[in-house]
Design a protein around this ligand. Structure first.
Ligand SMILES: Cc1cc2nc3c(=O)[nH]c(=O)nc-3n(C[C@H](O)[C@H](O)[C@H](O)COP(=O)(O)OP(=O)(O)OC[C@H]3O[C@@H](n4cnc5c(N)ncnc54)[C@H](O)[C@@H]3O)c2cc1C
Length: 385
């Protein structure tokens, strides 16, 4: 059924991408998880292969391929048994750099998007603050214009790719008196004077780099403003749909990966003189999960198709993210159960998949916020343009 979305070139791409991950990532992933960092070299290798620029045109070093190549990338990177590895390039290429490409100047594309696509520099997006996560309009970080630069003060937290990364698409207020109308996006160099970072310890996503950032009178040139002052919130509303769609596709990949890992174990593990996949209760559990994964995937692909057609699909992206991340959590819990005590051991990848899945319903807009958005659309008749 899914052949409808993928032609022979897509399939060839998936195979070569899988070979790349099997060779360049899978043998090292446990080490990167333990080190809580992925090496710079893997960024460069992904950049050289064109994997960081699938959704960018050739003018910035991208490959300008249709969106289903990105779908394949998001799925396959999520099958490397490390949510922390998966999220790193996805933030760079789908959640942060697109703001610069879509709304930024030629200078910014040259200076920031090109190296992010090449794997030479790493990009992050800083929205969340210690006092404002879901409530984005309430952010307090300020950029006050002073001649040819802004002076930035404030802090951000939970920022992926921001400890070892190179530059930060920072959401802040250029007009602190206003609500959403005062929000702007500014590119801040990670090593600029006055920027400090603290690496955060996490329940999961160990291979990813998550930082708390402080801005203490950071001088940022005005040429680093993305688009227009005061338009940041509107830019975000567009970009967050792609972020949520990618989050949904990550869920699809992670679920499929956990399913096949668990089914293999169930075919090998014996109890009461038979493989445990012969027990009806476990068979039905996996049959139910397989059904839900398939339905979830069909809806995620449907959303990807609408997105590829240029439609602004707030309701669908919110539903896809909500459903996929909630399903992932349920599935990881139930798959781990099939491993018995071994599921609780670090030697088995299901333990990591279980804890990595947990952040899915929190980051990029929590499940509660997704339900709020959906409720406003289906109950109150709110429209997004
Ligand atoms: C590992 C990790 C990586 C992250 N990466 C990034 C990143 O790269 N960039 C970035 O900007 N942020 C990032 N985040 C932050 C993430 O987006 C926020 O954690 C998320 O938006 C929730 O914000 P919060 O943590 O402040 O929770 P809060 O907003 O304080 O919410 C707390 C609880 O209240 C609920 N709640 C809040 N408002 C409502 C409401 N109106 N109705 C019902 N319930 C509500 C929430 O759903 C949640 O359950 C990351 C987070 C994590 C854990």
């Amino acid at each position: 059924m899914f052949d409808y979305y993928f032609n022979d070139d897509h399939k060839l791409f998936r195979r070569s991408l899988r070979d790349f991950f099997d060779k360049e990532v899978m043998p090292f992933i446990d080490e990167w998880e333990a080190q809580q960092q992925i090496p710079k070299e893997i960024w460069k290798k992904m950049g050289d292969m064109g994997y960081l620029g699938l959704n960018f045109p050739e003018s910035v070093g991208g490959t300008d391929l249709d969106f289903f190549y990105s779908v394949i990338f998001a799925e396959e990177v999520s099958k490397c048994y490390s949510g922390g590895f998966a999220i790193s390039p996805l933030v760079n290429s789908y959640m942060a750099a697109p703001y610069i490409f879509k709304y930024g100047s030629e200078f910014q594309k040259e200076k920031y998007v090109k190296p992010a696509v090449a794997g030479d520099q790493i990009c992050s997006i800083a929205i969340s603050e210690p006092g404002a996560g879901s409530d984005v309009a309430n952010i307090q970080t300020k950029a006050i214009k002073n001649g040819d630069h802004y002076i930035v003060n404030g802090s951000k937290t939970f920022i992926t790719n921001a400890y070892y990364g190179d530059f930060i698409v920072t959401v802040l207020k250029t007009n602190p008196e206003e609500g959403i109308g005062g929000v702007s996006l500014l590119i801040i160099d990670r090593n600029a004077e006055g920027v400090s970072a603290r690496k955060l310890n996490k329940l999961g996503w160990h291979a990813s780099d998550t930082a708390e950032l402080s801005f203490d009178n950071v001088k940022v040139p005005v040429e680093n403003l993305i688009g227009e002052e005061g338009m940041g919130f509107y830019y975000l509303m567009g970009g967050l749909q792609l972020e949520r769609l990618i989050g949904a596709i990550m869920g699809v990949g992670a679920c499929e990966s956990a399913m096949s890992y668990t089914l293999k174990y169930m075919s090998e593990r014996q109890a009461f003189n038979r493989p445990i996949n012969k027990f009806q209760v476990l068979r039905h559990r996996m049959a139910q999960l397989a059904t839900e994964v398939e339905i979830n995937k069909a809806f995620a692909y449907h959303c990807a198709k609408l997105h590829a057609q240029g439609e602004y699909i707030v309701k669908e992206c919110s539903m896809a993210k909500l459903n996929s991340t909630e399903l992932s959590d349920k599935l990881m819990y139930q798959c781990l159960q099939s491993f018995g005590g071994y599921g609780f051991m670090e030697d088995y990848k299901i333990a990591r998949m279980f804890r990595d899945s947990r952040v899915g319903t929190i980051g990029g807009g929590s499940s509660e916020i997704m339900r709020e958005i959906i409720a406003k659309i289906v109950i109150d008749g709110q429209e997004y343009e």
